[in-house]
Design a protein around this ligand. Structure first.
Ligand SMILES: NC(=O)c1ccc[n+]([C@@H]2O[C@H](COP(=O)([O-])OP(=O)(O)OC[C@H]3O[C@@H](n4cnc5c(N)ncnc54)[C@H](OP(=O)(O)O)[C@@H]3O)[C@@H](O)[C@H]2O)c1
Length: 264
């Protein structure tokens, strides 16, 4: 769908990737509705991206999510980008933290799509974009909650894409790998071994624009060898798990989780 002139609802606009996505959508002529919990970050972003509206909202609260679907009004494009890192071993999560991860990462994109898609269908025009992760294609130890939500989003979006194809409503899913400079991985402070490449927030934003404008189903944002490792994880999960252990991957995952516990 064409972004220029379209109303775009972006969740997680205050985050490292969200801000880059907001700037790219604005540069493309989108009329933005920016959402997040941090009003102090939303306000300057909206001032920079003239014509944007903001809605301060906690997506883990079902009533606030309901009010978002009402207050957003007519939306042509949904970019469901908000998420919690939800990293760490399962037994380190309280039930409340499990519920919050599911609510923000999985329930809120589903509820938003349920609320917004019928209007798009009635117009025969619209796009739903979901931000998954390569952790939505391959699982690693110590990421069960994050893997659960990101795999879930992939399945949801793939089914919806097939369901809405005839109605001219596009559906895309983006799968970033490790993203440098800003966002939940960069902020964890964890160091990657030499040779494990990263991509930038601007690369993710470019993928979002291209997915919406060309109705691409699934787009990875990672260097080719990281994508290849993900493919092995898909085709042969046991081999991939053994490789992760041998290459010291579990330490990296533990370091990332240790740097993200404040975001539960
Ligand atoms: N960074 C990476 O390396 C990477 C890799 C793969 C996938 N991703 C995915 O990319 C997306 C953006 O991540 P990021 O790196 O930009 O993370 P981030 O900097 O931590 O931003 C997360 C965003 O989600 C919002 N959010 C979290 N909890 C919320 C809640 N309860 N209610 C409303 N909004 C909430 C935050 O807004 P407030 O803080 O204002 O509430 C923030 O805007 C996520 O879906 C993430 O899983 C990131």
């Amino acid at each position: 769908v064409q972004i220029s002139g379209s109303t775009v609802l972006l969740t997680g606009a205050t985050g490292g990737l969200g801000q880059a996505i907001a700037r790219a959508l604005h540069a493309r002529g989108g009329k933005l509705i920016l959402t997040g919990r941090r009003a102090d970050v939303l306000a300057p972003l909206a001032a920079e991206l003239d014509g944007s509206r903001t809605l301060t909202i906690d997506l883990s609260d079902p009533d606030e999510l309901d009010s978002l679907t009402r207050e957003a009004g007519d939306v042509d494009i949904l970019v469901a980008n908000a998420a919690l890192p939800a990293s760490g071993k399962l037994d380190s999560f309280s039930v409340e933290e499990i519920d919050r991860a599911l609510a923000v990462n999985l329930r809120s994109p589903i509820v938003l799509a349920r609320a917004l898609a019928p209007v798009m269908v009635s117009r025969g025009r619209g796009h739903l974009l979901f931000m998954s992760s390569l952790a939505g294609k391959t699982a690693t130890p110590g990421s069960s909650m994050y893997n659960a939500t990101k795999f879930g989003l992939r399945g949801f979006a793939a089914s919806l894409r097939a369901e809405l194809r005839e109605q001219d409503v596009g559906v895309s899913t983006i799968f970033p790998g490790f993203i440098r400079d800003a966002g939940m991985f960069a902020e964890s402070g964890a160091k990657l071994p030499a040779g494990v490449g990263t991509r930038s927030p601007v690369d993710v934003a470019r993928a979002v624009i291209s997915a919406i404008e060309r109705n691409r189903g699934e787009v990875d944002v990672a260097p080719v060898h990281v994508r290849a490792a993900t493919l092995i994880g898909n085709l042969a999960p046991e081999v991939s798990a053994a490789l992760t252990r041998r290459l010291g991957g579990e330490k990296i995952i533990t370091d990332i989780a240790a740097g993200q516990t404040d975001k539960r």
